[in-house]
Ligand binder design. Structure first.
Ligand SMILES: Cc1cc2nc3c(=O)[nH]c(=O)nc-3n(C[C@H](O)[C@H](O)[C@H](O)COP(=O)(O)OP(=O)(O)OC[C@H]3O[C@@H](n4cnc5c(N)ncnc54)[C@H](O)[C@@H]3O)c2cc1C
Length: 468
């Protein structure tokens, strides 16, 4: 793919010539008209392909990031960071913006003390490979091509969450270029307010992170599992699952997945940080509580990397874990769907009603991801949903058109809101979420806005659902 290093100058961003010469730093830049532009501007979701960023800056160093922020400030141009590009509303490929693509900041250094320094542009499967090679593991999300930046900044729910916490809970420190252009280290002892905010305050706020340091765990074998239940058992499963998963050992993290239509696919899948022998009675207990035998049941003991491949539905060796866009060189397909979320804050007292919401949301797949355990006991961070039993994500394919999907999604979101409260998970950010700031940040909102005002008083990092 054609890429080049060019001064970020007037042809791309208007009258920036006043800046040229003030800084000696140049950044790799792709502009409209360049052969590489069509691919370089793409995010994960196909429905935003018509968005046209003003330029894509391929940053390779923190100094490149500083230069981009300097220019955005001078030119009053919109600026947005992009890591994995999985932003549900397409915020990281925004129209008219300078997209700061951090994928070149991709170093991973797993240290002897068990911490790992991870560049802000690393994708999840590359992190898993590096950790596994060093005999380590850590909790993060399921999709191979999700970026470590967006995931961590919004929280990070994964298949070992109840055992090891959220991804952001493992953060020891981060390096970030704040809107004043300073490259800072933030931790419990340095800029503690910003460190708090970066753990759940959501991507795109406060500046551009350049690297993270995480606490990791020794790698261990995991038992992955999947039980498919008859559609007719859905209400009984919805009633049984929250109490079952809440009382299960922390080693168990599970997802209840439900399709749409009259006879939906109904599945409980997940991961047990232990052996198949020890998992068996836990799953038997679920089957007993549901009162219906699964139509299929699988339990597989496997290494950490193999388990992550299974959740990501890809194989490291054949390129299917790498993006098929943005020069990723792989075959992982892009997404064409919209999504929203609510938090499950209390037991499901009317399982039939919830079953109807899922069944009646056309072309949807609905996932209830178990929380509690280490997530509930997690450190004081901006992530506001420590008390939630689970998150509920509703995904709708675009086969009936985006407008219809968004309409149906709104109906499901409102119904779930009435049942469980007007909240949601910021990493499943929904541009139509009513009262979005309160929904995503709850009790953390006031402090998050104070932190945004302190570090970004000139509102350099603004977007429709931004904190600045
Ligand atoms: C297929 C799929 C699977 C998913 N699986 C999970 C899962 O298992 N668990 C989970 O918790 N979530 C999951 N998510 C949600 C995911 O965590 C969010 O979409 C997340 O924001 C994606 O991060 P990204 O870096 O890939 O996206 P991007 O679009 O690159 O970034 C997301 C936001 O963060 C900002 N940002 C990016 N890089 C930086 C940076 N360096 N500094 C500051 N801001 C930055 C962007 O501007 C944007 O606003 C999934 C999403 C998809 C589409």
């Amino acid at each position: 793919m054609l890429r080049r290093r060019a001064l970020l100058q007037s042809a791309a961003l208007g009258a920036v010539s006043a800046l040229v010469g003030r800084s000696t730093v140049d950044v790799q830049l792709i502009r409209p008209g360049d052969a590489a532009y069509g691919d370089a501007k793409l995010g994960y979701f196909t429905q935003y392909d018509a968005q046209r960023p003003r330029a894509i800056a391929k940053v390779l160093t923190p100094a490149d990031v500083q230069r981009c922020i300097e220019i955005a400030r001078q030119e009053r141009t919109r600026i947005t960071a992009r890591c994995g590009g999985h932003s549900y509303p397409g915020y990281s490929t925004a129209d008219g913006a300078l997209v700061v693509d951090v994928r070149g900041l991709n170093r991973i250094d797993v240290r002897a003390d068990g911490t790992a320094e991870v560049g802000a542009g690393v994708l999840l499967m590359d992190l898993y490979i590096a950790l596994a090679n060093a005999g380590r593991m850590m909790p993060a999300g399921t999709c191979a091509t999700v970026g470590i930046s967006g995931l961590t900044l919004g929280g990070g729910i994964g298949m070992t969450a109840r055992q090891f916490g959220l991804t952001c809970d493992r953060l020891v420190s981060a390096r970030i270029v704040t809107p004043d252009g300073v490259h800072r280290t933030v931790s419990e002892t340095e800029h503690a307010d910003l460190f708090w905010a970066l753990r759940g305050g959501g991507g795109g706020n406060f500046g551009i992170v350049t690297s993270f340091v995480f606490r990791t765990e020794p790698a261990r074998d995991l038992t992955t599992f999947a039980l498919t239940f008859p559609s007719a058992a859905l209400a009984s499963l919805l009633s049984a699952w929250p109490d079952w998963q809440g009382k299960a050992p922390d080693a168990l993290t599970s997802t209840l997945g439900v399709g749409s239509g009259a006879t939906p696919h109904v599945e409980v899948s997940g991961c047990f940080a232990g052996t198949q022998v020890n998992l068996k009675p836990v799953l038997d207990d679920l089957v007993r509580r549901v009162g219906a035998q699964p139509t299929s049941r699988r339990e597989t003991e496997q290494g950490f990397l193999a388990a992550m491949e299974r959740f990501a539905w890809c194989r490291v060796g054949d390129g299917s874990c790498r993006p098929s866009w943005n020069g990723g060189g792989g075959s992982q397909p892009r997404g064409s769907y919209v999504a929203t979320s609510r938090m499950l804050t209390k037991p499901i007292t009317d399982p039939q009603k919830l079953a109807d919401v899922f069944r009646n949301t056309p072309n949807s797949y609905n996932m209830i991801d178990g929380l509690g355990g280490a997530v509930g006991r997690g450190p004081a961070t901006a992530f506001p949903h420590r008390g939630a039993l689970a998150s509920i994500q509703v995904e709708l394919s675009l086969q009936a058109g985006e407008a219809n999907a968004r309409r149906a999604m709104g109906v499901a979101r409102d119904e779930l809101g009435k049942m469980f409260g007007a909240n949601g998970y910021v990493n499943y950010i929904d541009p139509q979420m009513p009262d979005w700031a309160q929904a995503y940040y709850g009790s953390s909102l006031t402090r998050l806005r104070e932190v945004a005002r302190k570090y970004d008083p000139d509102r350099v990092f603004t977007f429709a659902q931004g904190l600045a």
